[in-house]
Design a protein around this ligand. Structure first.
Ligand code: ACO
Length: 336
């Protein structure tokens, strides 16, 4: 059986920095509240009218990942694009990425899976490579969330958390079975779907024509809704479970972890997990302070930055762990 490895990584974030103080000029919030509860100091928001989209950011991140992988564009066999903020309701951004990068007419699969999207994408790529169907797969997590947030006081507990950006990886065949992706673990629990969701537009809820016909200024259904404390409580439990599941599947101990990259949901969640597992600051990487929660992009942005900073070296055991809307949660265990 073949194995897969990450052969190239890249990320892109818009230049425009929005600090907590900047937000406090638009909505009733303040730096102390945001930092105390989430650890976030600033995030990136695309400038309205700049032409930047989920696809364009994904393309920039992907180009870096491809260049670093050493894989020629014509040798990329498949695309998996994870996002909850696609440019269009359909088609998804995978096809736009194929065009913009000038890739062959290869398959492009769009997935959602929210904050777990990148780990789901990695798992899909890993399976295709294991079966021998493909050799090189481009996976992307990209989000333009800022233009879809409720920037009034009503939405303040959600809107201060999220940011824009993209991360990408090229997943390639690895001959050495002791290296690369050792295992991936995926979960969902739809019972709590509405605890963190954008409910409209959707065929099962309200379609665009309903929203337009009603023209209700108090309609919140197309903004993200989050039951923050419920999400927090579930996140810390599921993060722990899925990290343990990954370790057990590979007969590894917590002490074997060289680097844990948690989805950047909230610094308090990451710190809770770090303390629970007794990991040192060198064993966990966080950058939510600079970028906020970038949903499907958060893990590839953090992974790339940790790698660029030399915090991940050949032979290291790297664990990716995610939890998000759905609920969905997932982990990947990688020998670098
Ligand atoms: N600024 C100032 N005050 C605020 C703000 C704000 N931005 N937002 C809410 N408040 C106020 C509330 O009105 C409330 O005031 P009150 O007590 O007078 O009624 C008070 O702060 C507490 O509000 P809560 O909503 O109870 O705040 P909480 O302590 O739960 O913190 C938070 C909210 C930060 C969202 C927290 O619940 C959390 O981080 N949850 C996890 C969320 C998460 O990680 N989501 C992402 C995971 S999934 C994914 O990535 C898609």
């Amino acid at each position: 059986m073949y194995h897969s490895k990450i052969s190239g990584l890249g990320y892109f974030v818009p230049e425009n920095i929005v600090t907590n103080d900047d937000l406090s000029k638009i909505i009733d919030t303040n730096d102390e509240w945001i930092q105390e509860r989430t650890g976030i100091k600033e995030r990136r928001h695309v400038l309205k009218g700049s032409g930047e989209t989920t696809t364009t950011m994904g393309v920039k991140a992907a180009q870096i990942a491809i260049d670093r992988s050493g894989v020629a564009k014509e040798d990329i066999d498949f695309i998996v694009f994870a996002t909850i903020s696609p440019d269009y309701y359909f088609p998804g951004p995978g096809v736009s990425l194929q065009k913009e990068l000038g890739l062959n007419t290869i398959g492009a699969l769009d997935i959602r899976n929210q904050c777990s999207g990148f780990v789901y994408a990695l798992s899909i790529a890993d399976q295709y490579i294991k079966t021998g169907m493909y050799n090189n797969i481009l996976i992307v997590g990209s989000e333009l969330q800022s233009l879809g947030l409720d920037m009034t006081n009503r939405g303040r507990s959600v809107s201060v958390i999220f940011g824009d950006g993209a991360g990408a990886a090229v997943i390639s065949r690895e001959e050495d079975s002791t290296k690369g992706v050792l295992s991936t673990h995926l979960h969902s629990e739809g019972e709590h779907a509405k605890e963190l969701a954008v409910l409209a537009p959707g065929m099962g809820g309200r379609w665009v024509s309903d929203i337009l016909a009603e023209n209700d200024p108090d309609d919140e259904s197309y903004f993200p809704h989050m039951n923050g404390q419920f999400v927090f409580k579930n996140a810390v439990v599921r993060f722990s479970e899925v990290i343990n599941e990954g370790l057990q599947a590979n007969n590894l101990q917590v002490s074997d972890i060289d680097m844990l990259i948690p989805h950047q949901a909230n610094l308090r969640i990451s710190q809770f997990i770090q303390n629970k597992f007794g990991l040192s600051d060198d064993q966990v990487f966080n950058n939510i302070q600079k970028y906020g929660n970038t949903t499907a992009a958060s893990i590839p942005i953090a992974l790339t930055e940790a790698w660029e900073l030399g915090k991940i070296k050949s032979g290291d055991l790297v664990v990716l762990a995610a939890f998000g809307s759905g609920f969905t949660w997932a982990s990947a265990v990688i020998r670098w």
